[in-house]
Design a protein around this ligand. Structure first.
Ligand SMILES: Cc1cc2nc3c(=O)[nH]c(=O)nc-3n(C[C@H](O)[C@H](O)[C@H](O)COP(=O)(O)O)c2cc1C
Length: 466
């Protein structure tokens, strides 16, 4: 029989920041401790121990046969030493150190650590096995048996990991939960949201999209924000310009000020977070300066590239958020007062907010808005414009159907009845066909010029006048 790997689940903390015992957090149909035990077993651990604070609530009945170790301290190293007691015997392969905070980590990722631990233990020397996601080390950590003695004298686990990087082994995993602990109620919301959407494919998520304009009074935590942005920033980017950035606004006062600049839309006030998605040529300009040159903002192409970069990044971000159960609404009104918004967010020169995005836990349930027929978008070999009138008719009908359904179900939208007679073509005429600048944004070229993102070259007549 192969030497055993034992999982030691550290669940002795009082969960102060979470406000409750983390072992009992609800993760889908099970508690955190049940989930972590199940995953450790599925990952190939031969035995599982759980360390608890003495006097803490008993484990769920499903885990009553599990070996439970009690401690009087909340220090992780004390828990770990207690969990290892009597394990320091010959024939042990190693230990998977699994803090309860990492109960979201998949059995697959845990299995990768356990497998690496087994192969590391077969070699001479002592080893630490770390799961590595996107080049960052996470948890749970594997320790080969030879290293366990060191724990008796170490101040904490970090000290062991840092002592001799040469003996550490990384195992690459795709599971971002190795980097995201369950520390705060926001982290728990994120975990629960992700579980609700688990198993949904990217195409399912796309087709389920609806803009959400009402939110629960629940925050979006730092770890989730970092993960979503870290995912979204892998979008394609013109010429590798990477001309995008996002400012996350969660401070209520600054968010209220941003809302005022964006037509005072209610969802910005209500959402816990407002993201300002920026086209960002600041970094490109700095690169040009570093090489003795200067960015010339008179090229429309640069404005288009940076704006496209921001849009691709923003849509990636929206989809990432929706994949964890969050709701979003993009906010084009961020271009109502671009200069003032740039000042509020301290944007450097050559940066503007292309659109905002409210993000939060949705409290509304709008009916999906049917898009115009696929044939209007997908053309075989050439653009089939001869069918235009049929698409417009369909688009009108779909918009009116949606208005009728919303009026019937919710007495309208945002407590206002929707005009069922107005179709899509009527709306497009209103927005774009009356000789007015769309949404009254006549000042946008001047404002973009002021922000240094686009300076239209002077027209010949203007040039002559100089
Ligand atoms: C760039 C952009 C800006 C938008 N700006 C706003 C906005 O300021 N306020 C708003 O309520 N919705 C805004 N929307 C959401 C659109 O109204 C919405 O996507 C569209 O009506 C289709 O509805 P759906 O997203 O629910 O499918 C914006 C969407 C995009 C892509």
């Amino acid at each position: 029989m192969a030497p055993p790997v034992v999982a030691v689940i550290l669940a002795a903390g009082r969960g102060r920041r979470m406000g409750r015992d983390k072992a009992f957090l609800e993760l889908g149909a099970e508690t955190a401790v049940e989930r972590l035990v199940r995953h450790c077993r599925e990952a190939g651990c031969d035995a599982v121990r759980v360390v608890r604070q003495s006097g803490a609530e008993p484990l769920p009945v499903t885990l009553r046969d599990l070996q439970r170790v009690e401690v009087d301290s909340e220090e992780m190293i004390v828990s770990l030493r207690a969990g290892l007691a009597e394990l320091l015997c010959d024939g042990l392969c190693g230990v998977l150190v699994a803090p309860i905070d990492y109960a979201m980590v998949s059995a697959k990722a845990l299995g990768a650590v356990v497998q690496e631990l087994r192969s590391a233990a077969a070699e001479p020397g002592t080893r630490v096995v770390l799961p590595l996601c996107r080049q960052r080390p996470g948890h749970p950590i594997g320790l080969t048996a030879g290293i366990l003695d060191e724990l008796q004298h170490a101040a904490d686990l970090r000290e062991i990991v840092r002592r001799d990087p040469g003996r550490n082994r990384a195992v690459a995993v795709d599971d971002g939960w190795v980097l995201r602990d369950l520390d705060t109620p926001e982290d728990l919301s994120a975990a629960q949201g992700a579980l609700r959407c688990a198993g949904m494919t990217a195409t399912e998520l796309m087709a389920r999209h609806r803009s959400r304009r009402s939110y629960l009074p629940l925050g979006v935590g730092d770890a989730q924000l970092r993960w979503l942005v870290d995912s979204a920033r892998h979008a394609s980017t013109s010429a590798f310009l990477q001309a995008c950035a996002v400012v996350a606004v969660r401070d209520p006062e600054r968010k209220a000020a941003a809302a005022r600049l964006c037509a005072d839309q209610r969802q910005i006030h209500e959402a816990p977070m407002f993201l300002a998605v920026c086209a960002d040529l600041h970094k490109v300009a700095a690169a040009c300066r570093a090489h003795g040159g200067a960015l010339d903002p008179s090229h429309l192409e640069l404005l288009v590239e940076a704006t496209v970069d921001a849009a691709l990044f923003g849509q990636n971000l929206a989809l990432a958020a929706e994949s964890e159960g969050l709701g979003i609404c993009m906010i084009g009104a961020a271009r109502n007062h671009p200069v003032e918004l740039a000042r509020l967010l301290d944007l450097p020169e050559h940066v503007y907010v292309v659109f905002g995005m409210t993000v939060g836990w949705p409290a509304d349930d709008p009916l999906p808005r049917q898009r115009m027929p696929l044939a209007a978008v997908l053309h075989d070999e050439r653009y089939h414009h001869e069918d235009t009138s049929a698409w417009l008719e369909a688009a009108d009908g779909r918009m009116q159907d949606w208005a009728r359904a919303m009026n019937e179900r919710d007495a309208g939208s945002d407590a206002k009845p929707i005009d069922e007679t107005r179709g899509w073509t009527d709306r497009m005429w209103w927005l774009c066909g009356r000789g007015q600048p769309p949404k009254g944004r006549a000042g946008l070229p001047d404002e973009l010029r002021e922000l240094g993102i686009y300076t239209p070259p002077p027209r010949p007549a203007e040039e002559g006048g100089r």
